[in-house]
Write a protein that binds this ligand. Structure first.
Ligand code: SAM
Length: 222
């Protein structure tokens, strides 16, 4: 099952399992500048809605038509577009670009992550800020942690079982989504981003990287 299929089946329930997390917001909100904000890999637009409510003019993009359809239905006042983060070219348009929830781990290689960073910096106005948040997958690679706690929605109607598989050094995120009507098992290939890899990739740039538990926060200023 390819990545698109994973988000296709998950689109209507994603927000129940992954609502806005205030710790995530607090880890970077102070770096944002009042002005246009692009949310890359917006999913169902939960963070796009949060920042709209806090006074930002937000555009959300995502590769998955189904995620974008759900985002449009859930948040009617926001501009959402189906687009590949590697192809979305809007030079000097945004003051803030955020890419949350390990979206960069959905790219295929170091070269694609570099290409995304170059494109994102190009899409920023002078003095704009790029925020990337991702899991540091070294905990899987180094410790062979294969299984993660099951997530349950607050209304207890939906759950997501999660584990990782390493096959020939390739990382797969394997999930079983249970809703009151259905059960879906899916497998998504991820690129195992680590702090070390990001430090290598970003050595030519001005950036800060912090690690809290397994989460990396990367802040780059144009
Ligand atoms: C784990 S979700 C994160 C959603 C949201 N940002 C959050 O933090 O809850 C990753 C999202 O990235 C999207 N995605 C994957 N590859 C992409 C690409 N090349 N361009 C744009 N979006 C992509 C997926 O469709 C999915 O909605």
């Amino acid at each position: 099952m390819d990545n698109n299929k994973f988000y296709q089946v998950f689109a209507t329930d994603y927000h129940k399992i992954f609502p806005v997390n205030s710790e995530v917001v607090n880890s970077f909100a102070k770096y944002l500048k009042r002005g246009p904000l692009l949310d890359v890999g917006t999913g169902t637009g939960e963070y796009a809605a949060y920042f709209t409510d806090h006074g930002f003019k937000v555009t959300g993009i995502d590769l998955s038509d189904e995620m974008i359809e759900t985002a449009k239905l859930r948040h009617k006042n926001i501009t959402f577009k189906t687009a590949n983060m590697l192809e979305y070219t809007k030079p000097m348009t945004f003051l803030n670009i955020i890419c949350l929830g390990s979206t960069i781990a959905h790219l295929a290689s170091k070269a694609e992550i570099s290409a995304f960073i170059i494109l994102a910096l190009n899409n920023l106005q002078p003095n704009g800020v790029l925020v990337i948040k991702t899991l540091d997958y070294s905990f899987v690679l180094d410790n062979h942690i294969m299984s993660m706690p099951t997530l349950l929605s607050s209304d207890k109607t939906t759950s997501l079982e999660r584990k990782y598989e390493l096959v020939n050094n390739e990382l797969y995120f394997c999930t079983t989504l249970k809703t009151k009507d259905a059960l879906y098992s899916t497998k998504t290939k991820l690129f195992p981003v680590t702090k070390k890899l990001m430090e290598e990739l970003l050595k030519e740039y001005n950036y800060t990287i912090t690690k809290h538990e397994r989460q990396l926060t990367i802040i780059m200023h144009k």
